[in-house]
Design a protein around this ligand. Structure first.
Ligand code: UT7
Length: 329
């Protein structure tokens, strides 16, 4: 019989420091009203100077392991989804594996932009389903504040730092991951990119001077793409799960922009009471946004065993990803 695979426990962490829209008014030509009306964001958390992505990931992972009641030495694989790894290489997953004491685990980072956590869950669940592994630790963690151009009002107001983690393992029959849809369209890579610091444009004084190591984004192109794919990928994952949109109890979308979330909910005909929204408090934390939202929903007691949940994301690549889960804990 095939194994049912799902989430055994989750944890999240956001840095202490909160930066409000009013704080940003002091550094760029923006205002709270514009940011709230166009994005729904009120504030975001920003990492302390000594905090790197693996530190955020560690804090989230410790909580996830405790919630799942799984010991670090029982983890077979660590996957970190991030666009802001501690170093270009080696992977942040290896740094995390060592710090947690996951002594028998393999480890790698996965690059799928803001879709990273959902991609991670797809990969991890299949590896447990086949019997290759029993426990996989997946993390979405970002310190986007380190690659923000704080002079660019088009982007600097949109992002925040944070991490979310989950332990993946065997769950009761019929629960866990039921439908997956992943996709990509690399022709849109130019719309959301950190141009410099890789092999195409190695770091130089010039790349620093032109802010090539920061986020470059064509907001409207990403917005149009997001509105198109969020509904489409969620509907495909629901169909792959053998369900109808009306079977879904919760939509947990990537938290990039309230207008994008509303459009996705509309496409799925989901009332907003069934959509988990926290973009106001954390802004866009990229690969961390969906697991942070899930953690909040768990803490609020909103997710009940047996609930059908759709995780729905899009991001740099361009990528998109949706998973239907029957909540198992
Ligand atoms: O995880 C994926 C990451 N990226 C995204 O999800 C981004 C998707 N895109 C968006 O969310 C939206 O496109 C934005 C929020 C980035 C921008 O909203 P928009 O409604 O598409 O605004 P816009 O880019 O068309 O800009 C409208 C105006 C412009 O001024 P003019 O040319 O009309 O005079 C901008 O210069 O708003 C101006 N503007 C700002 N004004 C105040 C842009 N940023 C700001 C700002 N404060 N922070």
């Amino acid at each position: 019989m095939t194994r049912s695979v799902g989430i055994l426990g989750m944890g999240c962490y956001v840095p202490e420091k909160v930066v409000t829209n009013f704080d940003l008014e002091k550094i760029v030509d923006t205002n709270d009203q514009w940011i709230q009306e166009r994005t729904g964001i009120k504030e975001r958390h920003i990492a302390a100077p000594e905090e790197a992505t693996s530190d955020l990931a560690y804090n989230a992972a410790v909580k996830a392991l405790a919630a799942a009641n799984v010991k670090p030495e029982d983890i077979d694989l660590v996957i970190v989804g991030t666009a802001t790894s501690d170093h270009n290489w080696p992977s942040t997953a290896c740094i995390l594996q060592d710090r947690l004491g996951c002594t028998k685990a393999a480890a790698f980072d996965l690059t799928a932009g803001c879709s990273g956590f959902v991609y991670n869950l797809a990969v991890a669940s299949q590896m447990v389903k086949t019997g290759l592994y029993n426990h996989v630790l997946i993390v979405g963690a970002e310190t986007l504040s380190r690659i923000i151009n704080w002079k660019d009002r088009n982007t600097c107001v949109l992002f925040g730092d944070g991490a979310g983690a989950a332990v993946i393992g065997v769950v009761e029959d019929g629960y866990g991951v039921l439908g997956i849809d992943l996709g990509s369209d690399g022709s849109g890579m130019k719309f959301l990119v950190q141009p410099s610091g890789g092999s195409r444009e190695p770091a130089s004084h010039e790349t620093v001077d032109k802010a090539g190591h920061t986020i470059h984004m064509s907001g409207q192109d990403v917005f149009k793409f997001a509105v198109k794919v969020m509904g489409k990928t969620a509907l495909q994952a629901i169909e792959n799960a053998g369900m109808q949109p009306e079977d879904i109890d919760w939509l947990i979308p990537h938290q990039a922009n309230m207008r994008i979330i509303t459009a996705a909910a509309k496409r799925l005909k989901m009332p907003m009471e069934k959509v988990w929204v926290n973009v106001d408090k954390y802004a866009n934390t990229s690969a961390a946004s969906i697991p942070i939202a899930m953690c909040e929903a768990i803490e609020a007691g909103a997710l009940k065993k047996g609930d059908n949940i759709v995780l729905d994301g899009f991001g740099a690549g361009l990528t998109w990803a949706a998973i239907v889960l029957k909540w198992a804990i």
